[in-house]
Design a protein around this ligand. Sequence first.
Ligand code: NAP
Length: 340
Amino acid sequence: MAPATNGRVIFNEVPEEPGKTLVYDESEKIDADTVSLDGGFLVKTLGLSVDPYMRGRMRNPEVKSYSSAYTLGQPITGFGVGVVVRSESSEVKVGDHVYGLLKYQQYDVYKSTEGLRILDNKYNLPWSYFVGVAGMPGQTAYMAWKEYSSAKAGEVAFVSGGAGPVGSFVIQLAKAQGLKVIASAGSEEKVEFMKSLGADVAFNYKTTNTLETLQANGPIDVFWDNVGGETLEAALTAANIHARFIECGMISGYNSPNPPPIRNLMQVVAKNISIFGFIVSRLFHKYLEAFYEEVPKLVSEGKLKYKEQVYDGLEQVGQAVLEVQQGKNYGKAVIRVAKE
Ligand code: NAP
C-alpha cells in the first residue's frame, strides 16, 4: 500500500482563543503495510473520548497537576479504542481491540501493552461505549459511588452535571439503591433525559434557582459534585447532618484562572459533613475487574441507560473539546475516527 495520511491532532497553543489550541494536521504519512513494528504492534484508532479533564492538560508544563500537561507541537492523548491491524508481539493478535491512553491520530505503533487493556466485548457493545459508560467516565461513577456514598434507601442524593456520562450513571446507581434523586443540568432537553433515568426532581440550573430547589426537596444526604462553584455552595447550605460530599469535578472553574472561593465551608463543621475528593485511577486496584464484569452486561441488557454524542473525524476534536466545556454536548462526547 502507498503511504497514506496519518492525520493527527496537535497541541498548538495554551488556550487563549478557541480554534487555535488544537489543530488537525495531515503532514505525517504512514504505510500501514510496511511501517516498522520492531516487535510491537500497529493500532488503527477507532474511537476517542473527549473529556472535561483534557482542558486541564492544555497548560504550561511548569504548572503541576494530577495529569501531565500536553506537549506543544505533539499529538494530544486521551482515552480511546483501537484495533490491532498488524502485530509482531506475543501479547496481542490482529483483530484484538485495545483501550487506554492513545495518541489522537489515525495509526500508532505500540511497543507493549503496558497501559492498554485488551477488550473482551462479549456483549457486542459499540466499541465507542468503552470510552464512555464502559470506560473511564463509567468507572468514575461506579467506583466512587461504591467507595464514598454510604448510601441508604430513603436518603436524598443531589447530582450536579446529571446529564453527562458520569452524572447520568450516578443517578441510576442512586435510584437503584432506593434514594430520592435531585439532579441538575443546563438545558430542558437534559432535564427530560435525567427524568427518563429516574431522577425524582430534575431542573435546569440556568433557569431555576438551585438553592431554593434543594431546600424544597432536601436536605441532601449525598452530594455528587461535577460542577463546584455556586452549586457546591448551595449544596452545603442544603445539606443534612452527616452528609457525604463526593467531589468528582468542578467544571464551573476549569476555564477561569481564579474561580471564586466557596464562601460557606463552615457548613462542613456545623453539619459534620464528610468530603471525599478522588481521582478514579486511584480506585482501580479495588474495583476495576468487578466493573468490567458488571457494567457492559448491564448496558447490553438495557438496565443501564447511556447516551452518546458522536463527532465524526479527528478534525472535530477541537470543536468537541470546546463544546464539552460549554455544555453544548448532549451525551458522552466521542470522536468516531474510523470504522473497523
Ligand atoms: P460531561 O457532562 O459530558 O461534560 C461536562 C458538562 O459540564 C457539560 O456538558 C455541561 O453541562 C457542564 N458544565 C460546563 N460548564 C458548567 C458550569 N459552569 N456550571 C455547571 N455545569 C457546567 O462530563 P463528564 O465526563 O460526565 O464529567 C463530569 C465531571 O466529572 C467533570 O467535572 C469531570 O472533570 C469530572 N470527572 C472526574 C473524574 C475523577 O477522577 N475525579 C473522572 C472523570 C470525570 P450542562 O449543560 O449541564 O451545563
